[in-house]
Design a protein. Structure first.
Length: 177
């Protein structure tokens, strides 16, 4: 795996290293030792799949509050999406900044989002599927979010939001943590 730093500490774009032959290719998509060597949380507590019928579906921007902070590695297994990591760590030099990356079944990239950062995505194609490896179990009581279009962050989305949950649409304006 090739770990590429982004402008936000702890957020990494992860590229696969392909071993190709006449059959196709083989590549590791997770390695506890490699994640640990880059200072990333290697624990996987839960794996999730999100299937999204329509282009323009927005999910997020979500995180879990302490003591249930979660890191996640996100990969698109069908279709494509615009994936966003938002730094909500008050002591971070990039607090309230975001990084985005297009993930697709074709490019096979992943985005690693550390504890204390929020995550959201916008699908760019119909029938988009997303796979997540999570470092913590889901705790509904700890589930939090910020609004996708909150001016406190200025996230620029590449397409119109057509489908969004009432919860994600109605988060109040951000107040510093």
């Amino acid at each position: 795996m090739i770990f590429q730093k982004t402008g936000i500490p702890g957020v990494f774009a992860i590229e696969l290293e392909f071993n190709r032959d006449a059959r196709g290719f083989f590549a590791r998509s997770w390695c506890e030792n490699e994640f640990r060597s880059h200072g990333l949380t290697p624990r996987i507590a839960q794996c999730n799949i999100s299937f999204n019928e329509r282009r323009g579906t927005l999910r997020g921007v979500h995180y879990q509050s302490p003591p249930w902070l979660e890191a996640k590695a996100v990969r698109c297994t069908k279709g494509s999406l615009y994936d966003v990591a938002l730094d909500l760590r008050p002591d971070s030099p990039t607090y309230r900044q975001w990084f985005a990356l297009t993930l697709s079944a074709a490019n096979r990239r992943a985005l690693y989002i550390p504890e204390g950062c929020a995550h959201g995505f916008l699908t760019l194609e119909d029938q988009t599927e997303v796979s997540y490896e999570m470092s913590e179990f889901y705790h509904p009581e700890a589930g939090r979010g910020v609004r996708w279009n909150d001016p406190a962050f200025g996230i620029v989305w590449p397409a119109e939001v057509k489908v969004i949950s009432d919860r994600d649409r109605s988060y109040p304006d951000f107040v510093s943590l």
